[in-house]
Design a protein around this ligand. Structure first.
Ligand code: SAM
Length: 214
């Protein structure tokens, strides 16, 4: 009951602050319990608008960032989405509720996090997420093209290989920088249009098109 009230308060705050705008994103965020995606010791902070530690030096994104990204992506019921950086799966679950007749492919390089995410998808009975362990800095060419690709870790650049895996009319959302950077929206429509959506902070993308492990 307490958790339910806290979640509603967070949703109202995100609406008031202008991060949550559309009914589909609001309903999707309302339907996913963020507390199950964080370790037990962090549960009391689940409805604070902050990133939280999920182990392995990684974080679950702050709710306002999930809202900004999903509003910018504007997924529809049939979207075929690639998420790079599953973490424990929160953002993928929210996206899966919007793309309810579509599919979310999500790739994570840390096996333990990908396994925790799979457990969360199963517990929430979410069937339209395909979870993969691997280096997402090169995308996931075997299932391409995607209507939408979004990246939840900071990349040194906008990898061409990701633009290639977008459908015509598709959108790529990617933080560029090392931890602190800018969130870029790339649209593939009669060429490429790039828009800077503003500053953001994410853990670094590690991999072939990302940073080295150190
Ligand atoms: N989407 C997550 C959520 O719902 O909270 C956010 C996870 S965290 C901010 C970013 C994740 O990207 C980390 O779990 C990290 O291990 C992962 N990552 C970093 N580089 C990656 C790569 N090359 N391929 C796949 N995942 C990567």
């Amino acid at each position: 009951m307490f958790i339910f009230v806290e979640k509603e308060e967070l949703i109202k705050k995100l609406i008031r602050e202008g991060y949550l705008k559309s009914e589909k994103v609001i309903d999707a965020m309302r339907s996913i319990p963020r507390e199950i995606f964080v370790p037990k010791r962090q549960r009391k902070f689940a409805y604070e608008d902050i990133p939280l530690d999920i182990g392995h030096g990684q974080t679950i994104s702050a709710p306002h960032m999930v809202a900004i990204m999903l509003e910018a992506l504007n997924l529809d019921e049939k979207s075929k989405v690639l998420e790079i950086g599953t973490g424990t799966g929160y953002h993928a679950c929210v996206a899966s509720k919007i793309a309810k007749n579509g599919k979310i492919f999500t790739i994570e390089r840390i096996k333990e996090l990908a396994e925790k995410a799979k457990e969360n998808f199963k517990n929430l009975k979410i069937k339209n997420i395909v979870s993969i362990i691997g280096d997402g800095s090169v995308g996931l060419p075997e299932y391409a093209p995607y209507t939408h690709i979004y990246v939840t870790c900071s990349s040194p650049s906008i990898p061409d290989v990701l633009i290639k895996q977008l459908d015509e009319g598709g959108k790529l959302l990617i933080p560029v920088g090392r931890i602190y950077g800018d969130l870029w929206l790339i649209e593939k429509k009669n060429g490429i249009v790039k828009k800077n959506l503003g500053g953001c902070a994410f853990v670094p993308m590690i991999g072939r098109e990302g940073y080295n492990e150190d």
